[in-house]
Design a protein around this ligand. Structure first.
Ligand SMILES: *[C@@H]1O[C@H](CO)[C@@H](O)[C@H](O)[C@H]1NC(C)=O
Ligand SMILES: *[C@@H]1O[C@H](CO)[C@@H](O)[C@H](O)[C@H]1NC(C)=O
Ligand SMILES: *[C@@H]1O[C@H](CO)[C@@H](O)[C@H](O)[C@H]1NC(C)=O
Ligand SMILES: *[C@@H]1O[C@H](CO)[C@@H](O)[C@H](O)[C@H]1NC(C)=O
Ligand SMILES: *[C@@H]1O[C@H](CO)[C@@H](O)[C@H](O)[C@H]1NC(C)=O
Ligand SMILES: *[C@@H]1O[C@H](CO)[C@@H](O)[C@H](O)[C@H]1NC(C)=O
Ligand SMILES: *[C@@H]1O[C@H](CO)[C@@H](O)[C@H](O)[C@H]1NC(C)=O
Ligand SMILES: *[C@@H]1O[C@H](CO)[C@@H](O)[C@H](O)[C@H]1NC(C)=O
Ligand SMILES: *[C@@H]1O[C@H](CO)[C@@H](O)[C@H](O)[C@H]1NC(C)=O
Ligand SMILES: *[C@@H]1O[C@H](CO)[C@@H](O)[C@H](O)[C@H]1NC(C)=O
Length: 491
């Protein structure tokens, strides 16, 4: 059932050529054709990854070379039954325990075969690959009594929806290294419907759990899986380093699925998100770094993040957000080649007095908006606080933001940048903007307390707050009304 350490040593000594036939001859072996297929596809994918890295401007190279595991287990070897009814928590836990023993030898892979594998939350371990075959579905159990409670995140002080403990995530990890969640587009399904209803009926006493949450960990690769119907945020890397998320599909109903954000990079450093499709009931991506006084005290920024080649839909919130919890700071973010369609907002920075922290050095490049109510948003009065203990004088700094190559059609308000006397927006740049609009009255490029510049021609005509430069970056006219406000939420 489980590889003995003797077997593993033997495998280590073997050459691949010898290894495969000898393993296949042993029908008890856990190496399979599937493993070989995975080997091949992971190899191709690594080559793509290395080519892609060369074009990075900000992000230091992530070593996204996944370690191939010397041992592979099949979930069924631990007694799991994929009938959608049997609870398989113990099988997952036993598999993780076995893989946990293999860390020094390169870890292990757990294959989840086709079927519906119902489980309560379980933890991952270091040097683990969770591999979901085509047709494999991990189903989260809906009975909240089976979801363990964990302490609040230190940078939030709170569960988020309720004070005190919060539900853990369906797939959880803390203080780990080298985690891979991949496969042939198998699915992790949180069956969030019952959670959303209970949340709305105020039947829950604790904050709902994310689908996948990995905390205080490094070297994480999540590729070629589908994540759907999370009770709460879908994928939440918290205070992690070196994270690659690629070829992931994230789905939740676009209405009536409260807080089902797609990906929430939270106090994370060095992260790449690419080639994903996200359609959810809240923000597609929301970069965060803690909440008010708790986030300021924790003091861990989200930085060095690249988001590219995505298609996102968010009818309730925004395609890509920064904040509103950003008290540890957010910097060095590039968002490029992203299509946001049929959404309420496309890209949004949201914050409030009390947050402290900063949002700086953010580049948005080559974005397409299709049928979006408000395209570019910066909002500085997102007044949602954990408790009365926040410092109303902790003003966030927002600066050095550029929007380059923003196009699209069917947009009602292309730009709404709403700074304030206390939280002015500094050094915003617009270049190569042409957004097809649906509402041709005045004031659809709205600004308040904004300092910055427009380079070349921009459509629709920019607000008065911005300096004008020509295509050659020669000053045409300097604005004298940076504090002008033509914000109008009624459009
Ligand atoms: C992150 O990746 C870089 C580049 O491979 C590596 O030097 C660094 O040690 C990694 N960080 C952690 C915490 O593993
Ligand atoms: C896992 O075990 C099941 C049932 O024994 C089998 O049908 C399946 O082929 C195995 N899958 C792998 C990848 O070994
Ligand atoms: C999973 O990890 C959490 C957080 O470390 C811990 O409280 C819980 O006991 C772990 N569960 C199992 C089954 O090991
Ligand atoms: C991703 O999953 C699909 C669907 O099963 C499969 O055809 C493809 O080979 C996988 N890609 C990689 C890189 O593993
Ligand atoms: C993966 O599955 C999702 C949901 O079933 C599907 O929408 C997506 O196209 C699939 N991706 C690949 C690469 O096959
Ligand atoms: C919430 O608390 C109330 C009152 O203590 C209790 O009756 C109810 O069962 C709790 N609900 C859940 C989902 O734990
Ligand atoms: C942001 O990137 C710049 C280089 O572009 C680098 O000097 C700086 O250290 C980065 N900030 C953080 C917090 O890593
Ligand atoms: C811009 O992004 C779109 C995807 O939204 C992509 O198809 C196109 O190739 C990108 N253009 C450039 C110049 O990178
Ligand atoms: C304004 O922001 C841009 C990046 O968006 C940066 O290159 C430039 O140095 C900033 N200017 C000032 C005066 O800080
Ligand atoms: C604009 O507002 C800033 C504070 O946000 C203030 O320092 C500055 O004096 C104001 N400028 C004018 C012309 O009122």
């Amino acid at each position: 059932m489980v590889e003995t350490s003797g077997r593993i040593d033997q495998q280590h000594r073997s050459e691949l050529k010898r290894l495969i036939p000898s393993l296949l001859s042993n029908h008890k072996t856990l190496f399979t054709m599937l493993w070989i297929a995975a080997f091949g596809s992971v190899f191709i994918w690594q080559r793509n990854a290395i080519n892609g890295m060369l074009t990075f401007r900000i992000l230091p190279p992530i070593r996204s070379m996944p370690n191939l595991r010397p041992v592979v287990f099949n979930l069924t070897d631990f007694g799991a039954v994929g009938d959608g009814v049997t609870l398989n928590t113990e099988a997952f836990e036993r598999a993780v325990l076995e893989i946990g023993k293999m860390g020094k030898k390169g870890g292990g892979q757990l294959n989840v075969p086709p079927g519906k594998w119902l489980t309560a939350p379980f933890n991952l371990t270091s040097h683990m690959t969770l591999f979901l075959a085509e047709g494999a579905v991990i189903l989260g159990v809906q009975d909240e009594k089976l979801w363990p409670l964990l302490p609040p995140l230190p940078s939030y002080g709170y569960g988020r929806e309720h004070p005190g403990p919060r539900y853990g995530s369906l797939i959880h990890g803390q203080n780990l290294k080298d985690i891979i969640i991949t496969g042939h587009n198998g699915t992790i399904d949180g069956q969030g419907q019952s959670w959303w209803i209970k949340y709305k009926q105020k039947l829950l006493n604790n904050t709902r759990g994310p689908l996948v949450q990995i905390m205080w960990s490094s070297n994480i690769i999540i590729t070629n899986v589908t994540l759907q119907n999370s009770p709460f945020w879908t994928l939440h890397p918290y205070d992690c380093k070196n994270i690659t998320i690629r070829d992931v599909t994230i789905l939740a109903p676009i209405f009536q699925a409260p807080n089902t954000d797609g990906i929430d990079p939270d106090s994370c450093d060095n992260m790449l998100i690419e080639n994903c499709y996200i359609s959810v009931g809240d923000d597609g991506i929301a970069i965060k770094s803690g909440w008010d006084q708790y986030g300021i005290a924790y003091g861990r920024p989200s930085t060095n993040i690249i988001i590219r080649n995505l298609v996102i839909r968010s009818m309730v919130s925004a395609g890509v957000s920064i904040g509103s919890e950003m008290s540890g700071g957010v910097s060095n973010v590039t968002v490029e080649n992203v299509l946001v369609w049929d959404s309420r907002r496309a890209v949004r920075i949201k914050t409030a007095a009390g947050r402290g922290g900063y949002v700086r050095n953010i580049i948005y490049r080559n974005l397409t908006f299709e049928n979006v109510r408000v395209g570019i948003v910066i909002k500085t009065d997102y007044n949602e606080h954990p408790d009365e203990g926040f410092d109303p004088k902790a003003f966030p700094v927002i600066e050095d933001i550029s929007y380059i190559g923003i196009h699209g059609h069917g947009v009602r308000v292309p730009v709404r940048i709403h700074g304030s006397e206390d939280i002015p927006i500094r050094n915003v740049t617009f270049r190569d903007i042409s957004i097809g609009i649906t509402y041709k009255k005045k004031h659809i490029f709205q600004c308040a307390f904004v300092h910055g510049q427009v380079i070349g021609t921009v459509f629709p005509a920019p607000c008065e707050n911005l300096d004008r430069y020509d295509e050659q970056e020669r000053l045409v006219s300097r604005s004298s009304t940076q504090n002008n406000s033509d914000i109008d939420y009624d459009i």
